[in-house]
Every structure is written in C-alpha cells, then in structure tokens.
Design a protein around this ligand. Sequence first.
Ligand SMILES: Cc1cc2nc3c(=O)[nH]c(=O)nc-3n(C[C@H](O)[C@H](O)[C@H](O)COP(=O)(O)O)c2cc1C
Length: 203
Amino acid sequence: MGKVKLGIIYYSSTGTNYKLAKWAEEAALEVGAEVRVLKVQELAPEAAINSNPVWKAHVEEAKDVPIATTDDLEWADAIIFSTPTRFGNISSQMKQFIDITGGIWAQGKLTNKVVSAMSSAGNPHGGQEATIKALYTSMMHWGAIIATPGFTDRSIYKAGGNPYGTSVTVDQDGKMVEDVEDAVKHQAKRTIEIASWIKKGKE
Ligand SMILES: Cc1cc2nc3c(=O)[nH]c(=O)nc-3n(C[C@H](O)[C@H](O)[C@H](O)COP(=O)(O)O)c2cc1C
C-alpha cells in the first residue's frame, strides 16, 4: 500500500487555524503520510485585511502556502479541514471552497474520502462545535467518512474535551487558551490511520 495522502485545508485570518494545520502536518509526516498544507482562497477585500495589523501579518506569513483546488481533493485519501468560527458557522472563504466542489462531487470523486475538522473561536463556548458540525454536514453530502476524535485519547481532555474535532479558544491577544497541540496531533494520526484502513480495503 502506498503512503496515505493527506490534504490539510484551512482558512485563517489571524494565524490560529494555520498553526493548527502546521501541527497536524508535523504529526502526519511523523507517521509517514504524504502531506499537502493548503489554504483556501481569501475573499476579504484588501482594505479589510490592511485595517488589522495581525491579519495583515498573517497574510504575509502564509504567502507561500498554496491555494487549495479541487485537484487536491481528488489527490487526497484524507482531508483535515480547519476554519475559525464565524457566528457559529464556517468562514465564508471555506464555504466558497466547498461550493466549488460540485463538479467533482457529481463525478463521485469525493466518495469515501476520510475527513476530519478543527476550529477556533474567541470564546470557550463561542461556536466551535457548531462550526465543526456545519462542516461535517457538507461532508455527509459528499459521501465522505467522518473521522472524529471522540474521546479516544487523553490529549482530548487536556484540550477541553471536544469530541467533534479539536478546537481552541483564542484570547484578546491572539493567544491560544487551551493546550491543544497534542490533541491536534492525535486527531491527525487517527485520521491517517482510518484512511489507511480504507485505502487497504480498496486494494
Ligand atoms: C465575523 C466574525 C465572526 C465571529 N464570530 C464569532 C463567534 O460567533 N463566536 C466566537 O467565539 N468568536 C467569533 N469570532 C472570532 C473568531 O472565531 C476568531 O477570531 C478566530 O477563531 C481566530 O482564528 P484565526 O486566527 O485562524 O483567524 C468571529 C470573528 C469574526 C471576524
């Protein structure tokens, strides 16, 4: 069996979900997956980005990260999505990416992709779980296989105990409140493990 191909597709304005994506990448490489970290297309006007120095700095930080395309979804055995909450829902940038998958969805190319999701919010109960579940709704329409962390590892409790997917609170200074690094890494490894079972079964 070849390596599991993992796409880590995220949106981030101020760097949190980018950091979650990078931790997931680290863990995935550790277990021998082939990994692509990809951002979705930014849709916000330049003026909005420039009005927030933290956002502007993050755009610069991630300038070399490739933009996700539907070819990346076709390539991947598994995909981990990461998006900040926007009023309890996924960011419009991530939604726009999902909305361009109609073509490959119609060709059945999203069937049996193993997917998992992460999120962040400004408040501990600010919509993380709802955001992850909103993303999973679209995944159900894809015919994807949703790999949730559940309570399968101690790291999930340390991270605040979100069984839907790792999520984190970001304080006023942009710092992560909970210690989620190990939970992200566990989620990434678990997603790859489940994808490897599916991949093996297809051979
Ligand atoms: C338009 C908008 C709506 C938001 N809605 C919420 C919300 O409902 N609850 C919450 O806790 N945080 C909310 N936030 C805060 C973001 O979720 C937070 O800035 C984000 O998780 C940080 O992730 P990032 O650094 O990857 O951009 C909102 C932010 C924006 C810009």
